[in-house]
Design a protein around this ligand. Structure first.
Ligand SMILES: [Zn+2]
Length: 391
């Protein structure tokens, strides 16, 4: 059999001509990497406008599909297509195909888009991962850190590192600009860094699985991962959600079962989910009395912080001390939309989780779907108003 790495091979079999075609065109390859088709009088049309760029399409009659050939060597592609044309007419194709060379397995490896490794013995130690990979899974490989070779795979869309022993994530994962799905479940992670939250993942990451780790809290910047639609945090040690959770407006599936959440932040009420699972958390009973931490007059720090945030004045550690930046980052939002730093009234209420999600997994074995919400008020007036509204 004669083959061409860019396009395919054609051969004569009895009275019929058959072609084996493969392509680097993503959509096609996902469906079928390798196919065998009848050629004789079976071609409806050739599309050869971009043949010089190594691209062409062959439209078959039966099955009625378009075979897209891409990333081919243009002269090999021309020879291949003229052989296919001859085969279509029923002519002898031995001569034009004689220049083709057999494709090597290693050549083919280079264009691989998916690789799944589920045991230590299959993990490549001496060989690099193919650069064309879009989906890489390396589970049950005993990895204690993320392999730097993976971070060179710029086409990666899906990275599954579940069931390993990874303790820390390198910030450079954020350089994988196309990464949409990241699965880190069943590892030893204790945190998810601010650097990752502020990386290009903000624009690409849709699905994140951090379940079965040892995470106690996520940074406030986590809510900047605005494209997230699926978030799994089950079986961690979470003692709180990032309080700006409501900013994750694209989030549809959220599960954080079996953590240690005592309350939900008030911004949680802004979410609009399809599925929510908060089973097995240590939710506390709402306190009857509010915690009052108001001070009159307000301290200079509190007044200036409130003014900065309300007027959206930009700040950073190059202008003000770092600890003040942190205070401003973690300022509480009152129901009136204003902010407070350390002067506030803290109240707790309960919310029915059905108000934020279509499907709600019961929070306990008693059949409850309610959870406590912690709210902050910038003034006595705001607190009184909100109490009046609840009545
Ligand atoms: Zn207020």
């Amino acid at each position: 059999m004669l083959e061409d790495p860019g396009g395919g091979a054609a051969r004569r079999e009895g009275d019929s001509f058959k072609a084996e075609l493969w392509s680097s065109c993503r959509g096609w390859r996902k469906m079928k990497l390798h196919c065998e088709v009848e050629l004789k009088e079976n071609i409806e049309q050739f599309f050869t406008k971009f043949m010089d760029e190594g691209k062409a399409t062959v439209r078959l009659k039966e099955p009625p599909v378009d075979i897209c050939l891409s990333k081919a060597n243009s002269s090999s592609l021309k020879s291949f297509l003229s052989a296919v044309r001859l085969a279509h007419r029923g002519c002898n194709i031995e001569v034009p195909l004689s220049t083709f060379t057999p494709v090597k397995t290693s050549e083919f490896e280079k264009f691989k888009t998916k690789m799944v490794i589920t045991s230590k013995k299959d993990y490549p130690l001496s060989k690099n991962f193919p650069y064309s990979l879009e989906h890489l899974q390396t589970s049950y490989c005993g990895l204690v850190r993320v392999d730097m070779r993976m971070l060179c795979l710029k086409n990666l869309r899906k990275l599954d590192l579940s069931h390993n022993h990874i303790k820390k994530l390198p910030a450079t994962i954020g350089d994988l600009i196309h990464l949409q799905e990241l699965n880190l479940s069943d590892n030893h992670l204790e945190s998810f860094s601010v650097a990752l939250c502020q990386s290009t993942l903000q624009r690409s990451l849709r699905s994140l699985d951090l379940s079965k780790n040892k995470i106690k809290a996520l940074p406030v910047q986590f809510c900047q991962l605005r494209e997230l639609t699926d978030l799994k945090l089950d079986d961690n040690e979470l003692i709180r959600f990032p309080f700006k959770m409501g900013q994750l407006t694209n989030l549809r599936f959220l599960s954080a079962a079996r953590n240690k959440l005592p309350f939900l932040p008030s911004e949680f009420q802004n979410l609009s989910l399809e599925y929510l699972d908060l089973f097995g958390n240590t939710f506390e009973q709402p306190k009857a009395l509010p915690v009052i931490m108001l001070q009159t007059p307000l301290t200079l720090l509190e007044s200036s912080a409130r003014a900065m945030l309300y007027n959206r004045i930009p700040y950073g550690s190059h202008i003000i001390p770092f600890h003040l930046c942190q205070d401003l980052d973690t300022a509480k939002t009152c129901v009136c939309g204003r902010f407070c730093l350390s002067c506030f009234i803290q109240g707790t209420t309960t919310m029915n989780l059905h108000s934020v999600a279509h499907t709600v997994v019961l929070v306990d074995n008693m059949g409850g779907t309610e959870a406590p919400i912690i709210s902050y008020f910038c003034s006595l007036a705001c607190y009184v108003n909100s109490c009046d509204m609840l009545k």
